[in-house]
Design a protein around this ligand. Sequence first.
Ligand SMILES: [Zn+2]
Length: 268
Amino acid sequence: MANLRVIDTHTHPQVHPSQQVMAEPHPAEDYLARVEGLGIERAAALVIAPQGDLDLTRAVNNAVLQLTERHPGFFFPVCSVHPADGGLALEEIDRVAAAGARWLKLHPNTQDFDVADPAVTAVVRKAGELGLPVLFDAYSPWDAGQPGKFVKLAMEVPEAKLILAHGHGPGFSALLVYEILARYPWWPRQVWVDISATSPLLADGPYVEQFVWVLRKVGLDRILFGSDYPLYDPRAALDAVKGFGLNDDELRAVLHDNAAALLDGQPS
Ligand SMILES: [Zn+2]
């Protein structure tokens, strides 16, 4: 498999002191050094907004917007707000969208909110109006109802594009609901699944066959590669997906083409 083109849809380069997620700092330069030669052409740079501190939220969003200005065409900015900040969060979405944000990132665990909260629906609706896909962390060990809450959210805001990061982790079989929904003509298929973290988690183990079977049921045109750097090493994440036994067309879609279509607004 020579010349594989890759878009990494899930990275956390540390653009601000508040965004450090590991014991050691993990600047964008570290990511760039690690991915040399891997074929990664673009990477989503994610930040996570605090609650009740709009100054910090703006600073974090500005930091990731500045990173992407320093690496034009490589990093693309995935900004964040806290749903509990209500109208101020919606104003910040307007601001970052105008400043070039490509996607929005929300994290129910880290930001401590319930996916079923109407404030979340308001944020997703706003993002949908502006054409910003919303990438949610979608693995909660303590909210068993979360997969269904995402389905309801997608039904409530059918014009919004949702990306479910980590595909419910070890609970990935819950993704089969999207195969069922796709049978209905009213279902817009506006839900994507990023397989970061879950891919290296399951790699080389007995669940791989089931995971790939479920992803094919969802539709490999909706599956996105991500590394979740620095939690997982991009090379290991890529090796995990390459070891899934996908054919060349499937691999090309997952590693690059699906994300490219989502980013470039092409029909997919
Ligand atoms: Zn992450």
